[in-house]
Ligand binder design. Structure first.
Ligand code: COI
Length: 353
């Protein structure tokens, strides 16, 4: 809890934050945690609604050792970005989509969730309070991480008695340390990211720790990230640890169907719409791992990753190489064009803040 005086100081600092200079090497941001000024925080009431939240100085939070999230992994998160335009305007990209996805995830994990308006308002407040951390145009973005956790204490396996919704932010550049170089993916055959009937289709925190071992081992062997197969047949591609995947063959784009084990990325959805606009046919379907051999081009999409071309995929010790980046470049420039305001935003994706 913060005193009225602390909150007043907070608000005064926010008002001043535009004038404050900041010493950040915008050219070399990467995807690394950097403390920013403020985070938004609120807790659930007994009726499952969330109290009006407020901005607090960014910092540690207190949790009971028996908090639901610490013991039973009851938590979901989101990722969205605030960006700066050439004219200085600030915007968010489709935050309502993240709000809706958090609601679906919360329902799956048996948690109450902030309303769509409360979520979007919290994201806006966090972005504006930290606006001095929003990189100059073209240098990156402010990655915003809404997090919903079972913070109340619980011993037996049951939903937590109280929930915390918080939103923090961090300026970021390229997700992978390799920068914008095409990704070298490794097809993992033994470890799986998601199971039928599991929580792979939502952004549960429990989806992420189980893939760390596969990522670590792939990185040690020089790969950028891991591509997972379905856990039943071990035959269909699903997604990469941090992003969705698309295959290109002529004017047809294929991506694994979001049928419970694939996260429905906001960038994935947007790229599907943009591809249609550009005259591509898009198939959301089962994709055999062997089809990787016949693709003209492969690329990944995600909020953190953006749109990243794939340079190679290694499956059963065979390296398949992709030389083309035409489609991913075309889709990327369309998306960036909409975000920069030079292509009409006919679907109202951009939320000015
Ligand atoms: C995102 O793209 O926002 C994610 O949450 C992926 C995460 C692995 C950084």
């Amino acid at each position: 809890r913060y005193s009225t005086a602390q909150v007043a100081t907070c608000l005064q600092t926010i008002a001043q934050s535009d004038d404050e200079s900041i010493d950040i090497d915008w050219e070399n941001l990467g995807f690394n945690l950097m403390p920013t000024d403020y985070m938004y925080l609120t807790k659930s009431c007994e009726d499952g609604h969330f109290k009006q939240g407020q901005l607090n100085p960014y910092g540690n939070i207190q949790l009971s050792p028996s908090a639901g999230v610490l013991n039973y992994g009851q938590g979901v998160f989101e990722g969205t970005k605030a960006c700066r335009r050439d004219d200085g305007g600030l915007f968010l990209f489709r935050p309502h989509q993240n709000a809706m996805r958090m609601q679906i995830g919360a329902e799956r994990m048996c948690m109450p969730c902030p309303s769509i308006d409360q979520f979007v308002d919290a994201v806006k407040q966090t972005a504006l309070a930290n606006k001095r951390f929003i990189p100059p145009p073209g240098k990156g973005s402010l990655y915003i991480r809404p997090l919903l956790i079972g913070s109340g204490p619980i011993l037996g396996l049951a939903p937590a008695p109280e929930y915390t919704f918080l939103v923090y932010a961090c300026p970021v550049g390229n997700y992978f340390k390799e920068g914008i170089a095409p990704l070298n993916l490794y097809v993992e055959e033994d470890l799986h990211r998601a199971l039928c009937g599991g929580a792979g289709g939502v952004k549960s925190i429990t989806n992420y720790a189980p893939v760390l071992r596969a990522i670590k081992s792939a990185k040690e062997r020089g790969f950028t990230d891991v591509l997972y197969l379905d856990s039943v047949h071990k035959r269909y591609i699903e997604e990469v640890s941090s992003c969705n995947i698309f295959l290109v063959k002529g004017k047809i784009l294929s991506t694994p169907a979001a049928s419970g084990t694939i996260l429905e990325g906001v960038t994935r959805k947007s790229i599907i719409d943009i591809a249609h606009d550009l005259g591509y046919q898009v198939e959301e379907r089962l994709i055999e791992v062997e089809e990787l051999n016949n693709a003209d081009e492969v690329f990944c999409t995600g909020t953190a990753v953006g749109i990243a071309p794939v340079g190679s995929i290694t499956y059963k010790a065979k390296r398949i190489e992709y030389k083309k980046v035409i489609t991913s470049k075309q889709l990327y420039s369309r998306l960036i064009g909409i975000q920069r305001g030079v292509i009409e935003d006919k679907r109202d994706w951009i939320v000015e803040i």
